[in-house]
Design a binder for this molecule. Structure first.
Ligand code: PEP
Ligand code: MG
Length: 891
């Protein structure tokens, strides 16, 4: 293979091979822009080096050839004593990893060529100073980057020198000072690297290239990749570029520019410029930069040229570009460009601006934004200026974005209670577990002192679109005493107001004012697009296009009329999952208790009869909110013991009471013992429950049918669908279906209203997926329950493992993201493909959807589109995200 590409040989589409920087330098070169000549060593060479510990055969010869061509073009040799060609060696991976990897400048300098450089730089004191300064920078960067010497040693030596001269500015140092510093730096190299600083220019270059290769696996680079989900095996390219100097006097300088404002998208002159400086001086902040607009006054010719280049680049890349440039004695040079990072709001605005400028199509605009960006725009934020004035208690992990303010509470019960009284509360726990669900629902936000971004609190909060800060380890949470202690001894007790920022992880004492998202107002229908600002209008246009293009329908997971109505406003086209067990919480727990305790058929029937009207009411409300749209109601799923008191607590209570124990408690304890399971998630739940407790599913089906009949009589258009959970064998489904059909017919006969209801199943077990062809005989639809399907496919307990060992798994790269968050395409995804295909073979018109958490996850939505599902279902708050991603997947 070819390992080295001259800048004239590449182009912007070769990022895999040339890295982002190399590909864009080539693109600019071919556009005729002023790029200093150079060449790029491919990522393939890097991958070979990382795999074998040696550079590939033939690389050296190719570099020779390209270096010779470069020398010919520049009219001087690398390190030529009387007029040296100097080069920079820079890393450049496919995805930008700012500051993560290495750069060495001024390669080619040594004790001889430094004098040549001084001569060509003017031969005067300034030229001398420049040359020796450049040389000491080389020894410093080389020592640190290539030889791995602690950079502080060089910094300290520079500081010592300045101190001995009685100055604190580099500008006060002259050529002889820098010459002395070169000597000091070389000594540091000798002492700490056990070798001399290499004076052979070509050796300098070869070692620098290897150092850049090695920097791919530097710890900070590994960490950054993991966070940004950049694959670990890409490797980096290396750019060897002839040096131009921004530090040759006041007619030189260096700067950065954006073709438009990366925060708002507005076009204009954005950037910074620093006279008589090199790139790293800007970063180091040795002097203050001036706004780019001032360059017009400093050097009008270069300024005009730069603006014209920026226009060329934007028209060529059809996007916001950011740029690094240097002016060497009045001559402008382009050192880098790329499609620039931007805020979420700017992404939407820029995309529509570019459509209006005729640079991209409306479809392309949809691909230029992401669901993650849209989600960011939907969270309320703290008013930044006010946050700065507040007391910061600590910082935890930013687990689920948003801003929440409320009274601290320490138990789920108190959260529910106070929220019921209309208070805003923040639920504070060491960590949460499924028992805290009701409190999490009731709270404005969740704060935990333990657990990472995949902990129960984090995952559940994200699913609910609720603000969460987790793993705030400095907090000592004392649930029993109802307080937590922050660093510095600040104690926050129940009822004290705190504010948490799920986007930054900050925890504040007291109330920080919150600003609502106009984008949510728009989705809610409280703000017409035409009345909104540029961002709202941009979101409106992009959503319209995504909706038009998408093949997937989007439904909501909702189990009360309010959520259903909100979901509908957000664009839901029905309900894909109504979890009926959520309707058995709160006051109704009692009734469920009675059902479990029932010893005779009569007692059981009485308990069911008490539950039925309540269920009917629930369903009527939801069917009304979703009138004319499908509503998939899932029959009760989780283990009954979740509705009963805790075994240990109740045992203690009964034991302490002794003879005086309440007989009801004693009976209850028996029932709790009887129903206690080691692995409740694999136990009596889902369809099994329906088959074991006579009349339970029947009651629910009757309530659905009667609610539908009632809605129909009221002039509505109810469209219920009945879903059976946790089916593993077609026989289970057949038994339930038979009974359900009988009840539907009964209700139809009794009410005189026939509301057809499809009966289908969830696919949540590997066996269900693998026998989908059989199950489809009895199911009119499948809905993939990917929470349980992930749990049962991996054998991971969805409630425990994330806290237990996912952190380590992520660290080891076993997966880049929790499979409970983003669908595992290879494993769980394969089962879905099998089930979809075999289900359709049996029943070509079978409806297919997904209702696990993955239904609102961008990457998983794309997968669902690829597999050809009919719809995704997700929590109301994620619906706009799913609509957008479904559109992006289809374009
Ligand atoms: C699932 O398992 O994916 C699902 C939607 O059901 P639940 O989360 O209620 O178990
Ligand atoms: Mg499930």
């Amino acid at each position: 293979p070819k390992y080295v590409y001259d800048f004239t040989e590449g182009n912007k589409d070769l990022k895999d091979l040339l890295g982002g920087k190399g590909a864009n330098l080539a693109e600019m070169t071919n556009l005729g822009l002023p790029v200093p000549p150079g060449f790029t060593i491919t990522t393939e060479a890097c991958r070979h080096y990382l795999a074998h510990g040696t550079v590939p055969e033939g690389l050296a010869a190719e570099i020779d050839e390209h270096l010779a061509a470069l020398e010919k073009q520049m009219g001087k040799r690398l390190g030529q004593p009387d007029d040296p060609l100097l080069v920079s060696v820079r890393s450049g991976a496919k995805f930008s990893m700012p500051g993560m990897m290495e750069t060495v400048l001024n390669i080619g300098l040594n004790d001889e060529s430094v004098r040549g450089l001084a001569a060509v730089a003017g031969g005067d004191a300034a030229g001398e100073r420049f040359a020796w300064d450049s040389y000491r920078r080389l020894v410093q960067m080389f020592g640190k980057t290539v030889l791995g010497i602690d950079g502080e040693l060089f910094e300290d030596a520079l500081e010592d020198l300045k101190r001995s001269k009685g100055t604190d500015s580099d500008l006060a140092l002259d050529a002889s000072d820098f010459q002395e510093l070169v000597g000091t730096y070389k000594r540091i190299v000798r002492e700490h690297a056990g070798r001399e600083f290499p004076t052979d220019p070509r050796e300098q270059m070869d070692l620098a290239v290897k150092a850049v290769f090695d920097s791919w696996n530097a710890p900070r680079a590994i960490l950054y990749r993991r966070q940004e989900r950049i694959p670990a095996d890409l490797g980096t390219a290396v750019n060897v570029c002839s040096m131009v100097f921004g530090n040759l006097g006041m007619d030189s300088g260096t700067g950065v520019a954006f073709t438009r404002d990366p925060a708002t998208g507005r076009q204009g002159v954005y950037g910074d410029y620093l006279q008589n400086a090199q790139g790293e001086d800007v970063v180091a902040g040795i002097r203050n930069t001036v706004p780019l607009a001032e360059l017009e006054r400093i050097d009008k010719k270069s300024y005009d040229e730069l603006l014209s280049i920026m226009e060329t680049l934007e028209n060529h890349y059809r996007d916001l570009c950011d740029i690094e440039f240097t002016i060497e004695r009045g001559k402008l040079w382009m050192l880098q460009t790329r499609v620039g990072k931007r805020t979420a709001a700017a992404a939407f605005c820029i995309a529509t601006q570019l459509v209006d400028q005729g640079l991209i199509t409306q479809d392309e605009a949809v691909t230029r934004v992401t669901g993650a960006q849209l989600a960011q725009l939907m969270f309320p934020r703290f008013d930044d200026s006010r946050a700065a004035d507040s007391t910061l208690l600590t910082k935890g992990m930013n687990a689920s974005p948003g801003a929440a303010v409320g009274k601290a509470v320490f138990t789920s019960e108190r959260a529910v209670e106070l929220a019921g009284e209309g208070e805003d509360v923040i639920l504070v726990r060491r960590e949460t577990n499924p028992d805290d669900l009701a409190g999490m629902v009731a709270a404005r936000g969740i704060l935990t002192s333990r657990g990472g971004k995949t902990s129960h609190a984090a995952v559940v909060a994200r699913g609910m679109g609720k603000t969460c800060v987790c793993g705030a380890e400095e907090l000592e949470v004392d649930v029993k005493a109802g307080k937590f202690t922050a660093p510095g001894g600040v104690v926050v007790s129940e009822g004290d107001v705190i504010s948490i920022d799920g986007s930054t992880g900050a925890v504040y004492l007291g109330e920080v004012p919150v600003v609502n998202s106009p984008v949510v107002d728009y989705f809610e229908g409280n703000l017409a697009a035409a009345d909104g600002d540029e961002l709202v209008r941009a979101v409106d246009r992009i959503m319209a296009c995504a909706d038009e293009k998408r093949a997937l329908r989007v439904r909501a997971n909702a189990d009360n009329p309010e959520d259903a109505a909100r979901a509908r406003r957000f664009g839901a086209q029905g309900i894909g999952l109504c979890r009926t067990e959520h309707m058995f919480l709160g006051d109704r727990r009692r009734l469920v208790e009675n059902l479990v305790l029932a010893e005779t058929d009569e007692e059981r029937q009485a308990a069911l009869d008490a539950l039925e009207p309540l269920q009917r009411q629930d369903f009527t409300g939801i069917l009304e909110a979703m009138d004319g749209l499908p509503v998939t109601i899932r029959l009760i799923d989780p283990p009954l013991h979740e509705f009963l008191p805790d075994l240990t607590e109740l045992s203690v209570k009964v034991a302490t009471a002794g003879r005086d124990a309440d007989p009801k408690d004693v009976r209850l304890l028996e029932a709790v013992r009887r129903l206690h399971e080691q692995n409740p998630m694999l136990g009596l739940r889902g369809v099994r429950l329906g088959l074991v407790i006579p009349g339970l599913f029947a009651m629910q089906v009757r309530a659905i049918a009667e609610a539908a009949a009632e809605r129909r009589r009221a002039g509505g258009d109810p469209r219920p669908e009945i879903m059976i959970p946790l089916v593993g064998a077609v026989q289970e489904l057949e038994a339930v279906r038979e009974e359900a059909r009988g009840i539907l017919a009964e209700v139809a006969a009794a009410t005189g209203v026939d509301v057809p209801a499809m009966i289908g199943t969830m696919i949540e077990l590997p066996r269900a997926a693998l026998t989908a062809g059989q199950i489809a005989e009895a199911a009119e639809f499948f809905s993939f329950g990917t929470n349980d399907l992930t749990q049962t496919t991996w054998g991971f307990s969805r409630d425990d493992v994330e806290a237990a060992f996912f952190g380590r798994y992520l660290e080891l790269g076993i997966f880049g993201v929790s499979p409970f968050e983003t669908l595992d395409r290879d494993g769980v995804g394969r089962l879905i493909r099998i089930a979809a295909e075999e289900g359709r073979r049996t029943r070509p018109d079978i409806k297919l959807g997904i209702c696990g958490e993955h239904g609102g996850d961008p990457d998983s939505v794309h997968f669902c589109h690829e597999v050809g599902l009919d719809y995704v279902s997700c929590s109301p708050f994620r619906i706009p995200v799913a609509r957008l991603e479904a559109g992006r997947a289809a374009i």
